[in-house]
Design a protein. Structure first.
Length: 410
């Protein structure tokens, strides 16, 4: 058939197709749509949902009668949920969302910078927490005649139940690591050496410290990490303990003074050196503390022109003499870091004599530390008690001339 004849036939059939089009559409519309396939629930998803329901039921029973027996039922399910390999890999927020019972219990997840600790501070019957961390194993593949031996490093997520007394409310956790000098000439975290937990006793608020070492990929309690710390700082000390990098910071005393009074709290830094926490005398020679020491040395030696160089207001130079700091004393002086009224301020108490102390506030001016204010205050019994626990700061100038550049303990 020629193309001309084909066009004539198509034109003749076109009216018929137009008439039947509504009927065809109606038939298509009349056909019921195929139902969407229901999602297939996998055995793992069903098991997860079952655990979540079991936890909600146990929590409801516990909230109705809070005692060791009902808590044991809760803990059995909590432990089963949080020790699953999938739970170790999952984000904490996702686990809490899929297990509402955890939120009802008031779970607290503490970031240990490389690990996380699940705790239940609102449940006084709880005597444990669950730690998630990554365990590293190294397997050596022996070499042959034509191949050299090689090491295979495997990282596996692990969970471990940690004993935490029911009288303790956990506060912070940290994995202590060696610091390795990288190719960029900067220090980077290296191998894990210890796990340290901090908390407070219920009621008294006394600081609680617990350290562990890793043995065959199991965390074992190791009190030797604190053998270099004065006993007073780890026994019956009221305050908080938290971490700044590898350093353990103890905040001691009251941080909410009455109106018109200066804060009486102190900040004591325990450095992690050679596998132990200790008070390092050199820490007083860094940053703002170094400025305080240089100012006092200049005042005591009569170099007031030098001393004024550390002040933002030269009129402050007249205050130290009223506390007896204008001349060297046989008893010397002691320097204690205090609670700061602002993140931009560093505060120190200078214990000079039995009658008066000085408090100095320092801040940065053009990236350099300077003394902004000086107060004369009466002696503080808590500070006097801390005298036996803090080292006497040396006034010799350290090798590092830049007070803002940290020193590295070797």
């Amino acid at each position: 058939m020629s193309s001309k004849n084909a066009l004539i036939v198509f034109a003749a059939l076109l009216p018929l197709l137009s008439i039947n089009a509504p009927a065809i559409c109606a038939q298509s519309a009349a056909k019921p749509a195929k139902p969407a396939a229901a999602p297939v629930e996998t055995p793992a998803a069903a098991e997860t949902a079952s655990r979540s329901q079991a936890l909600s039921a146990a929590v409801a029973q516990y909230k109705g009668r809070q005692d060791p027996a009902t808590w044991d039922n809760v803990w059995k399910v909590v432990r089963e949920i949080l020790t699953q390999p999938a739970s170790i890999k999952a984000p904490a927020a996702s686990l809490i969302a899929s297990n509402p019972g955890l939120k009802e219990l008031g779970v607290k997840v503490i970031d240990a910078e490389g690990a996380r600790l699940w705790t239940f501070p609102n449940c006084t019957e709880c005597q444990q927490g669950i730690l998630h961390w990554s365990a590293t194993t190294v397997t050596t593949v022996p070499g042959g005649r034509r191949r050299t031996p090689r090491e295979i490093v495997t990282v596996v997520g692990k969970a471990q139940v940690m004993n935490i007394p029911s009288t303790i409310v956990p506060y912070d956790a940290h994995l202590e690591r060696t610091m390795v000098l990288g190719k960029d000439k900067k220090l980077h975290p290296g191998q894990v050496h210890a796990l340290v937990l901090t908390g407070n006793s219920r009621g008294s608020g006394a600081v609680w410290l617990q350290a562990y070492k890793l043995t065959d990929n199991v965390w074992v309690e190791s009190p030797e990490f604190f053998t270099a710390v004065p006993p007073f700082l780890t026994q019956n000390l009221i305050g908080k303990a938290y971490f700044e990098n590898n350093d353990l910071v103890l905040t001691v005393g009251s941080f909410k003074p009455a109106k018109g009074q200066q804060p009486a709290g102190y900040k004591i830094v325990l450095h992690y050196v050679d596998g132990k926490f200790s008070l390092d005398a050199k820490s007083a020679e860094e940053g703002p503390a170094f400025v305080v020491l240089q100012f006092i040395e200049a005042v005591q030696q009569g170099h007031l022109d030098v001393a004024k160089g550390w002040l933002t207001d030269v009129r402050l130079i007249s205050i130290p003499k009223y506390a007896g700091l204008n001349k060297p004393s046989p008893q010397g002086f002691r320097l204690l870091a205090m609670a700061s009224p602002s993140p931009l301020i560093s505060r120190y108490r200078i214990m000079v004599s039995a009658k008066n102390d000085l408090i100095m506030d320092l801040g940065k001016v053009k990236q350099q530390w300077a003394i902004k204010s000086i107060f004369i205050v009466p002696p503080d019994p808590l500070a006097q008690k801390l005298l036996g626990s803090t080292p006497q700061p040396a006034t010799d100038k350290p090798e590092n001339d830049n007070p803002d550049e940290p020193s590295v303990s070797k």
